[in-house]
Design a protein around this ligand. Structure first.
Ligand code: ADP
Ligand code: MG
Length: 310
């Protein structure tokens, strides 16, 4: 059984279609990356999952139960961290963590709480009103990771954290995953979540445009490479999957289809690599490839005749 199952989810705000037919599934033990630019509809989808917003249309189930009608049952089994954490200003961080843990019931783990406070380096004696965005996120993350839920819903939970804390966050997610928990993790930055996710769903303007494992999405991704070699590289433009070759002051730059990366690097290595920098594919790259492919498909379908207005 899927832990989360969203079918043809639509949500209108007035006349505006914020969600326009969203479909995806999260299975038991899976880390699902819910990726899309700001305003794509990630938080709206998550609010529907939490039963805070009523869908205009569609079927949304968690643990086989209806998100809107059976929210009480569902919430016994989930932990949620919002992107923008609001806390009680006059309580200390420690008091708020305890409050969240009490709300979740007696199953939660006190020693885990202590361990997480140390790892995230949170001063729990300070009042929440004095906390930065990052510290408020830490409070919510510590409470969520201390709780023994079956599904963790994390909505851009690391946007205020520094890189060191991001590392701690990733360790916590991996630990949950190893215990067989399910995680829905939203982000607008692909490279931030790709290490953690078994599967990603890419949302844009209220529609899922791609879902699959990152391996399955490789055909949409290009890695950016900057390289310097001892000898100049011959016939680089003949290598399969290489695009946009440019000479720069820092070396030779090009893009490569991620699936062709290994072959290209082994070809280039015979020229003596002095420097190699690679930048992972970004969401923008995936969108561009997605739409390029769509145009190509249309060209094929129409036998190469594409009206000028398209
Ligand atoms: P994301 O989380 O991916 O950044 P959101 O789900 O917050 O995006 O928003 C999706 C779209 O729906 C945006 O255009 C946003 O302005 C709009 N939206 C979200 N909530 C409301 C609301 N309560 N009323 C009207 N429009 C909303
Ligand atoms: Mg959001």
């Amino acid at each position: 059984m899927s832990i989360v199952e969203v079918s043809d989810l639509r949500k209108k705000f007035g006349k505006f279609n914020a969600l326009d037919g969203v479909n995806f599934k999260v299975n038991q033990g899976e880390v699902f990356g819910f990726i899309g630019p700001n305003g794509a509809g990630k938080s709206t989808t998550i609010r529907v999952l939490l039963g805070i917003l009523k869908a205009t249309k569609g079927d949304v189930k968690l643990f086989g139960k209806d998100a809107w009608k059976e929210a009480v049952e569902i919430h016994k089994r989930i932990a949620y961290v919002p992107g923008d954490v609001n806390l009680w200003p006059n309580l200390t961080g420690g008091e708020v963590i305890d409050l969240f843990m009490k709300l979740r019931g007696p199953k939660d783990d006190r020693s885990k709480r202590k361990d997480l406070i140390r790892k995230f380096g949170l001063d729990t004696t300070k009042k929440c009103r004095t906390y930065s965005k990052g510290n408020r996120q830490k409070v919510a993350l510590i409470a969520a990771f201390s709780s023994n839920a079956d599904l963790y819903i994390l909505d851009e939970p690391t946007s205020g954290l520094d890189p060191l804390m991001e590392q701690v966050f990733q360790e916590c997610v991996m630990e949950l995953k190893n215990k067989g928990k399910s995680i829905l993790l939203s982000s607008h930055i692909l490279s931030e979540v790709e290490k953690l996710c078994d599967k990603v769903g890419i949302i844009r303007q209220g529609k899922i445009i791609e879902t699959g494992s990152l391996d399955e999405l490789r055909h949409l991704t290009r890695t950016h490479i900057l390289i310097k070699t001892k000898k100049s590289i011959s016939s680089l433009n003949e290598i399969h999957g290489i695009h946009e070759i440019k000479e720069t002051n820092q070396g030779l730059s090009f893009q490569i289809d991620t699936e062709a990366l290994a072959d290209a690097i082994s070809y280039i290595s015979q020229f003596g690599i002095l420097k190699l920098e690679s930048k992972p594919p970004t969401l923008e790259d995936i969108f561009m490839r997605h739409y390029e492919n769509k145009v190509l498909e249309e060209v094929n379908e129409t036998g190469g005749v594409l009206s000028a207005s398209k």
